[in-house]
Write a protein that binds this ligand. Structure first.
Ligand code: ADP
Ligand code: MN
Length: 257
């Protein structure tokens, strides 16, 4: 558990308990990890019943924190919060500007992050509707994305494959390839950052996450990203003992525009 995040959780809860009043005291409430806008966004989502309690950190990444949330109906959700201060804007700019769905004119950092979060939501929606094994998106607002929590009923998150390799890597890899092909053919997207860090092992079923950078097939960089994704996977699964090759997987996925 990250004690900083726990402290921030407590603050979010405290804000919720308080009556809504626009006092300067309220506006002053800050935290080491959440800025004012993030707190206000969480507060708004809580008022809209998307969230009741934040219950600790699942992951503290380079650009985002993932927290476990609990709803009023006692369901778990994953709350992904992008940090405004430390995000990689060059990368976001590169991926967002090649996407015809997002005609981003702004160079404003905050707006770019919001577009990025919106892109992750839309990508998840599209993939989920196409039947790809991804978390179902619930809502996004500003730099906050709430999605289906992947884990057990006790609230333990499913581990990334990197931390918990499959029991039968051959079988798992085959299931993963089915998902990868579906991702491209039915979701009509290329992941762009596919590796065992972004594949969860949910009871020996592969679940793909972290699709903010995923691009539509029309994007001029899609083919290159797919080739890179396949290379990464083939390397990782060879190390786990799977007999496979780049050519075999590339042929199976059958990329065409
Ligand atoms: P980033 O890599 O940009 O920090 P990810 O979306 O990959 O963000 O999430 C980081 C980590 O949080 C994942 O490796 C995983 O352990 C956990 N995680 C992400 N989404 C979920 C989810 N829906 N359910 C459970 N755990 C999740
Ligand atoms: Mn990730």
């Amino acid at each position: 558990m990250d004690s900083k995040i726990d402290k921030a959780d407590a603050k979010v809860q405290k804000i919720r308990e308080r009556k809504r009043r626009k006092s300067s005291e309220d506006r002053k409430v800050g935290s080491e990890i959440f800025d004012k806008i993030t707190l206000e966004t969480l507060y708004k989502l809580a008022n809209q019943d998307y969230l009741d309690v934040l219950n600790g950190a699942v992951s503290t990444g380079k650009e985002a924190n993932v927290l476990k949330g609990i709803t009023k109906n006692n369901n778990y959700v994953a709350v992904k919060i992008y940090r405004i201060a430390t995000s990689d804007f060059k990368k976001m700019d590169y991926y967002v500007h090649g996407d015809p769905r997002f005609n981003i004119k702004t160079k404003n950092k905050r707006q770019l992050i919001y577009a990025w979060v919106n892109k992750e939501f839309k990508n998840l929606k599209r993939l989920h509707n196409a039947g790809v094994n991804v978390p179902e998106p619930i809502v996004n607002s500003n730099n906050v994305l709430i999605i289906e929590f992947i884990g057990d009923t006790k609230g333990n998150p499913a581990p990334p494959v990197k931390n918990q390799p499959p029991k039968d890597s051959e079988e798992f890899f085959n299931k993963l390839l089915v998902q990868l092909k579906k991702f491209v053919h039915d979701g009509k997207l290329v992941h762009g950052d596919l590796s065992n860090y972004n594949i969860l092992n949910q009871n020996e079923e592969p679940l793909i996450i972290d699709v903010s950078q995923s691009v539509v097939l029309d994007n001029p960089i899609s083919h290159e990203l797919l080739q890179r994704d396949i290379k990464t996977l083939v390397n990782e699964y060879k190390k786990l003992g799977v007999k496979t090759s780049y050519e075999e997987v590339y042929k199976y996925v059958d990329f065409k525009l």
